[in-house]
Design a protein around this ligand. Structure first.
Ligand code: ADP
Length: 299
């Protein structure tokens, strides 16, 4: 299958906010994690790929398709699950899916029924198919969102912050569903939750302030920082001083005391002990580091 290639994409909103600043990424089949804090530009990028808003500069191609120009072609191949999506609370999943399938042009009644039933099974909603959507849990709503996004058998699936508000069991179920989709399509998962990417994605990018800070395989990203992360338990009042002296990338609390993680190329001594690196360390080391030295690093 063709890759999605984004080249030098920029967007400044009318209020002067530069949400995208020269983004370049190549995204192939499988699960791709787009990781960044709130306000990083993730939704702006997702909406632009989903043909819902214009860019000021740059190109996006999906195989031979010019995404920014050939919007109808893209929409035929696209399944999009936005952060917030409307549901008709008094309608059942089966009725609404059937209706949406009709709007997508699946006019043969028998074929439509088969497609809708298959999707309800795939998303584990079959036994709840007659329940009103207003009574669905957060996880069930997200799975319904995926079911509707899959109606057209998309090659490109975009999910924006899908696990916010899901409990751990619902999240797991949703992860399983997404990774199944990644076997046949390009799936872009935008999230600020590092665990989402760690569990699911074979490829990722960390973005902040509209720029790509790191792109590559999550395990390689972890390996690149291996042996450089150190930990120490300190007193609360010492925290500010430590932040001035070291590159503090994480603060956690254990029994009321802060535990800090720092990045250092050499052993800092002073009571620090080396700890195994995880993706969260990588994420925060890039978010907190000087963007001019790390911009666009390729792993
Ligand atoms: P994320 O999805 O990573 O949280 P967004 O793409 O939503 O980031 O936002 C990036 C920046 O652009 C933020 O500073 C946000 O306030 C701003 N922004 C997003 N949408 C608009 C808009 N329609 N008009 C003006 N500013 C916007």
């Amino acid at each position: 299958m063709d890759s999605l290639v984004i080249t030098d994409l920029s967007k400044t909103y009318g209020n002067g906010v530069k949400a995208l600043n020269g983004i370049s990424l190549k995204i192939s089949k499988g699960m791709f994690g787009l990781l960044g804090p709130n306000g990083a530009g993730k939704s702006s990028l997702m909406r632009t790929i989903a043909t819902l808003q214009e860019a000021d500069q740059g190109t996006i191609t999906l195989g031979n398709i010019n995404v920014l120009q050939q919007k109808d072609e893209v929409r035929r191949l696209l399944g999009y699950l936005p952060q917030e999506f409307g549901l008709y609370p008094k309608t059942s999943a089966e009725v609404l899916l059937n209706h949406l399938a009709y709007l997508k042009g699946i006019s043969n009644r028998k074929q439509r029924k088969e497609i809708v039933e298959a999707l309800l099974h795939k998303t584990n909603l079959y036994e709840h198919r007659n329940k009103k959507l207003g009574g669905y849990s957060g996880g069930m709503k997200q799975r319904f969102g995926i079911a509707q996004a899959l109606l057209a058998n998309p090659q490109l699936i975009i999910v924006d912050e899908p696990t916010a508000g899901l409990d751990p069991a619902e999240r797991n179920r949703f992860y399983n569903l997404l990774s199944e989709l990644g076997e046949d399509a390009i799936v872009i998962l935008s999230t600020h939750i590092v665990d989402d990417v760690k569990e699911l994605c074979t490829d990722m990018a960390i973005i902040n302030r509209g720029e790509v800070l790191l792109k590559g395989n999550p395990l390689k990203a972890i390996a690149s920082l291996e042996g450089k992360v150190y930990q120490k338990t300190i007193e609360k009042q010492e925290l500010e001083n430590y932040k001035k002296t070291y590159t503090v990338i994480a603060e956690k609390f254990l029994l009321g005391k802060p535990i800090i993680h720092i990045v250092s190329d050499t052993d800092p001594h002073n009571g620090f002990v080396p700890v195994p690196t995880d993706l969260e360390d990588v994420y925060f080391s890039y978010i907190f580091s000087n963007p001019t030295t790390s911009k666009g690093q390729l792993l």
